[in-house]
Design a protein around this ligand. Structure first.
Ligand SMILES: *Cc1c(COP(=O)(O)O)cnc(C)c1O
Length: 463
């Protein structure tokens, strides 16, 4: 599997004895949420925003992890919310986020969803032409005067690098063809802005961007934001903006993404895979300070700065405790099969690498190269093909999968196995905050009274 493992020497700082003890009370696999880690991340980002020269807000990206125990806690920290669907909007309101501190993003918003947002005074960042017409009409019907909206702008340049030129070409093409927002400086964006300006019930007061996820290149992120900030400065002169929202995407150190293209795949086939790129790490506080400064230079005085952290807030606040269910010695591979599969850890098979740490007993100092898979009878359920683990890991052992707070619970599913429980630990306290799914849960949406087969349907074995 490409991409270097997160540095095993970097201590993730979890109490593994405690996690092993939880495994005595909860069936594996299960997620653990450490609320102290979540609180620390929330305070860090809010602290960094508080240092800036302008009013600044964080909207937590609810899609990153919608666990109510977690969203309620972030709302209590005074954070806002970024939602990208109607049901997320309802969940954010239920979690206690102030409606005026919720933004509604995303490439599709139905009329019902837009009406819900308007009813609650939730600001919409426009990302589809039809939204202008629908919002203007709904605002007119509601008789609420003008409604403030934002518009999503894309920079058109990639935010990741690689020593593999084929990856870089792919990334550049993908950035230019990005379907979220409209490119800064493009005639299409100008047309959309005109459309909003000509809508009697709408007023453009915000610019929104969100570049991608797990961005680790600070300089590149700043450079990619430049066209967005430039466009924002222009729009500010014309309309008087209230907010520039740079979105999320702030990368975390515990995850490695493969940044390789077809060329690396070819090299790999020849047995000479190129060295994995060094992954820098993103200093979010510094990045926010740099954006603040750049906004100053561009004349965006008095305009608030907002961001939408998702992964950065929740990634290392959760881990998955899984058990080795089977090991298999083959002529060319040594497999460990754990009970956390793609249905609870949906990045398996994508090459994204998370730290795996065997826990619950003392392990031999000698290391070995293992292939690690999940339990699903499905080709891509692979955590890694060359994972460095102790030589003596065996069936029955527990393994802690790190940095699982982002895009695991909400993206988990019941393909082959059911979804896992979440246990929250808060100091000495422990609470089951999401129960494990059962087979009955899976089928509760089905027709409860299926028609019986007509008699004589199966002729039985031939005589
Ligand atoms: C997903 C998303 C985020 C959060 O992204 P992270 O990479 O988890 O920080 C923020 N804003 C928008 C609009 C998103 O779609």
């Amino acid at each position: 599997m490409s991409g270097a493992l997160p540095d095993p020497a970097a201590e993730p700082g979890w109490d593994y004895d405690r996690l092993a003890e939880l495994a005595g009370r909860h069936a594996t696999p299960f997620h653990v949420l450490d609320t102290a880690r979540l609180d620390r991340a929330a305070r860090d980002v809010l602290g960094a925003l508080g240092e800036l020269s302008r009013p600044a807000t964080a909207y937590y990206s609810v899609k990153t992890n919608y666990l109510p125990h977690l969203t309620r806690r972030l709302a209590r920290h005074g954070m806002g919310a970024d939602v990208v669907s109607g049901y997320e909007l309802e969940a954010a309101l239920a979690a206690g986020f102030e409606p005026e501190r919720i933004v509604f993003n995303g490439p599709v918003k139905t009329e019902e969803e837009l009406a819900l947002a308007l009813r609650h005074g939730v600001r919409v960042n426009i990302d589809g032409e039809h939204e202008i017409e629908v919002l203007d009409r709904l605002a007119a019907e509601a008789g609420q005067g003008t409604v403030e909206v934002g518009i999503r702008i894309s920079p058109g340049v990639p935010v990741s690098t690689s020593t593999d030129p084929s990856y870089r070409l792919q990334a550049e093409l993908a950035a230019r063809r990005n379907r979220f927002g409209w490119p800064a400086g493009s005639p299409q964006l100008a047309r959309l802005v005109r459309g909003i300006a000509e809508s009697p019930h709408l007023r453009l007061t915000a610019v929104h961007a969100h570049l991608s996820s797990q961005i680790v290149h600070q300089e590149l992120m700043l450079r990619a934001l430049e066209p967005v900030l430039g466009e924002a400065a222009e729009l500010h002169r014309r309309f008087g903006l209230r907010e520039v929202n740079i979105g999320g995407g702030f990368g975390v150190p515990g995850i490695r993404r493969p940044r390789t293209g077809p060329l690396s795949a070819l090299w790999g086939l020849h047995g000479s895979a190129p060295a994995a790129d060094e992954e820098p790490s993103l200093d979010t506080a510094q990045l926010l300070a740099d954006v603040d400064k750049r906004m100053q230079d561009l004349g965006l005085d008095g305009v608030a700065l907002a961001c939408e952290p998702g992964r950065w807030l929740v990634s290392d606040a959760m881990a998955i405790v899984t058990r080795v269910m089977s090991s298999k010695e083959l002529p060319e591979a040594r497999w460990l099969i754990v009970d956390a599969g793609n249905n609870v850890a949906p990045w398996t098979g994508s090459g994204e690498v998370h730290r795996l740490v065997p826990i619950g007993r003392a392990f031999a100092p000698d290391r070995s190269t293992w292939s690690v898979a999940g339990p699903l009878c499905y080709e891509n359920d692979i955590h890694g093909q060359a994972v460095d683990l102790p030589e003596d890991v065996r069936t029955g052992d527990l393994v802690c999968l790190h940095d699982t707070g982002a895009y695991s619970l909400g993206r988990s599913n019941n393909f082959i196995r059911t979804r896992a429980a979440v246990v929250a630990v808060d100091g000495e306290q422990e609470q089951l905050v999401w129960r494990a799914e059962t087979g009955q849960d899976v089928f509760r949406l089905a027709d409860p009274d299926p028609d019986p087969l007509p008699p004589g349907g199966n002729p039985g074995p031939a005589e």
